[in-house]
Ligand binder design. Structure first.
Ligand code: HEC
Ligand code: HEC
Ligand code: HEC
Length: 477
């Protein structure tokens, strides 16, 4: 797989929404913070579309923008889309919004595809009308976001996006052969929730590579896994209910935990969706053609995984502290176990069951520690995890405190003891290659500046030749 990345590492996003993530397996739908009986049905529907399309992940919960979308061309900042006439979209007509969402055209300039208009391209007119009505009701904030987008030559010429759009703007998706529920799921996955912007790898012009649809992609230091229904590398072993529970709560016991970019998707978007819509997403994902990739997830035999030494310790912070102190006293502090206990034990516990009550993630059995490719786990240890909501705790990164050999030791310890792998051979060199990855930008993007300069020189030379030719012809006549 070519990990061409368009990074959506949406920095820690301050959100104003109050509801903490729903816990547990029984999953009531969360109520939308922006829905009110005082508003018209159209406006409330728009609020729901905004959630389903996850506008807040980038434009923030108050729509003032400012989140950086990291791309291989540089950071692109989401703008203010409150109804402010000066700094927001207060002067937009509904047709303007439709153009911005479907074609990437703001009234006065072309947008960069960091705004996911290639996905919103298929958004229905009814949904855009609802969104437009809703966005009028959001409080106007007369402020510019703190940062503005400044991409290097030639990407600073926004009109170039016209060419990009010709290459990459998808025509409407083919929904033939899908059941009505799957069609709804397809619309949610592709057009509103834009799952593919993260889960599908990019081609040489940074468009999505349809031949690897949802088969997993690198996002800077995170990896968005294969979510096709392949059994070994995708989510083929998940039931539809598993997918619904995960999108509602961000976790599945002893299997996955959404802490990174996916945690933000859950926090800002999917946890608010109606059961029927989450069900539609799940049934569509089951219908997507399975693609096998080489990043296999090792099957954990749940019965062989470590059990918590004692349930009450897991839920009693003081008992947990004593238990950790005892465990530390009994091992060599430079052994892999000693390193784990010292660096990770205080949050994830001696047995890896964490502190569920404080939302320190239980890590036993997680897919992120069972993958053939240890890069995701190494990245988590190096860079930590920004809490997905302002109430979730943060995991610090250890790139300054631990050396590559120590991180490799901890990774192996975690993979074998909590992931149930028979063995794990992460080496210091593997950690080094995650610390300084090769430049994986596509050729066209990496050398765009030089190529564009050469192109301009070539055009000037050709014009020069033509003029010279004309002048010469005149002379000879
Ligand atoms: C993945 C991040 C992301 C998501 C999700 C997103 N946007 Fe954007 N949006 C951006 C970025 C970045 C820009 C600025 C692009 C640029 O500078 O070319 C932008 C620009 C815009 C603009 C143009 C504003 C102007 O300058 O005139 C509008 C309108 C807009 N977004 C509306 C929305 C709406 C409505 C949604 C949800 C349906 C949404 N966006 C979802 C990232 C996002
Ligand atoms: C902003 C990028 C982004 C978007 C948008 C996104 N995901 Fe994810 N997803 C990720 C990342 C990164 C992970 C890895 C775990 C994490 O971030 O905590 C992930 C993990 C997952 C997993 C767990 C897979 C496993 O084997 O562990 C599933 C299932 C999933 N996403 C489904 C979806 C669906 C369905 C959508 C659309 C509704 C979606 N994602 C949208 C980035 C994204
Ligand atoms: C200060 C507390 C703290 C420490 C110390 C800590 N973590 Fe974490 N870790 C967390 C939190 C909190 C999360 C979940 C973040 C969230 O909810 O967004 C997490 C998440 C994780 C995940 C799940 C990520 C995923 O997406 O699957 C793994 C794996 C992990 N930690 C491993 C480790 C290892 C290994 C160490 C030691 C090197 C460590 N952690 C040290 C708090 C901590």
């Amino acid at each position: 797989m070519k990990p061409l990345y368009m990074v959506l590492s949406m920095l820690a996003i301050g959100i104003t929404s109050s509801a903490a993530m729903a816990e547990g397996a029984s999953v009531p739908s969360a109520s939308l913070p922006n829905v009110s009986p005082a508003n018209s049905d159209l406006v409330n529907r728009g609020a729901y579309i905004a959630r389903a399309a996850d506008c807040m992940a980038c434009h923030r919960e108050d729509y003032t923008g400012g989140t950086a979308i990291e791309t291989p061309m540089g950071d692109i900042y989401a703008t203010n889309i409150t109804p402010s006439k000066r700094y927001g979209i207060g002067n937009y007509t509904e047709a303007d919004l439709k153009n911005a969402l479907q074609k990437g055209r703001a009234p006065n300039h072309m947008l960069y595809p960091a705004m996911p208009y290639p996905s919103y391209n298929g958004m229905t007119d009814e949904d855009i009308s609802a969104l437009f009505a809703y966005l009028q009701t959001v409080p106007a904030v007369d402020e510019k976001p703190e940062y503005e987008t400044k991409l290097p030559f030639p990407f600073n010429f926004r009109f170039l996006m016209l060419g990009w759009n010709v290459l990459n703007l998808p025509a409407n998706e083919n929904r033939e052969g899908l059941s009505a529920t799957e069609q709804r799921g397809e619309y949610l996955v592709n057009n509103l929730a834009h799952c593919g912007t993260c889960h599908t790898p990019r081609n040489s012009t940074m468009g999505v590579d349809d031949s690897k649809y949802l088969a997993g992609a690198q996002l800077g230091t995170w990896h968005a896994p294969n979510i096709t229904s392949d059994e070994s590398s995708g989510i083929g072993s998940w039931s539809e209910q598993d997918i619904v529970t995960y999108l509602r709560t961000g976790e599945l016991d002893q299997r996955v935990f959404a802490g990174g970019p996916m945690g933000e998707v859950v926090a800002h978007s999917t946890r608010f969706l109606e059961d029927e819509d989450l069900g539609a997403i799940a049934s569509y994902l089951k219908a997507v053609p399975a693609i096998q990739t080489d990043d296999k997830v090792n099957v954990a035999d749940v019965s062989s995984l470590k059990r918590p030494i004692n349930e009450s310790i897991t839920h009693d912070l003081i008992a947990q502290k004593d238990y950790l102190a005892q465990a530390k006293a009994n091992v060599d502090s430079s052994s892999p176990e000693g390193l784990y206990l010292a660096a990770c034990g205080s949050c994830h516990g001696v047995d890896g069951y964490g502190q569920p009550d404080a939302r320190y993630a239980p890590i036993v059995g997680l897919s992120s520690i069972r993958r053939d490719n240890p890069a995701s786990l190494i990245n988590v240890i190096l860079h930590g995890v920004d809490g997905a909501t302002n109430t979730s705790p943060i995991m610090p990164g250890f790139s300054d405190e631990l050396d590559s050999a120590q991180i490799a030791d901890i990774s192996n310890y975690v993979r074998v003891n909590f992931g149930g792998l028979a063995n794990s051979n992460v080496s210091a060199a593997d950690v080094d290659s995650v610390i300084s990855p090769q430049d994986q930008r596509p050729f066209l993007i990496k050398y765009a500046g030089i190529l564009a300069t050469l192109g301009i020189i070539a055009v000037l030379l050709i014009i020069g030749l033509i003029i010279w030719n004309m002048v010469r012809k005149k002379r000879t006549h």
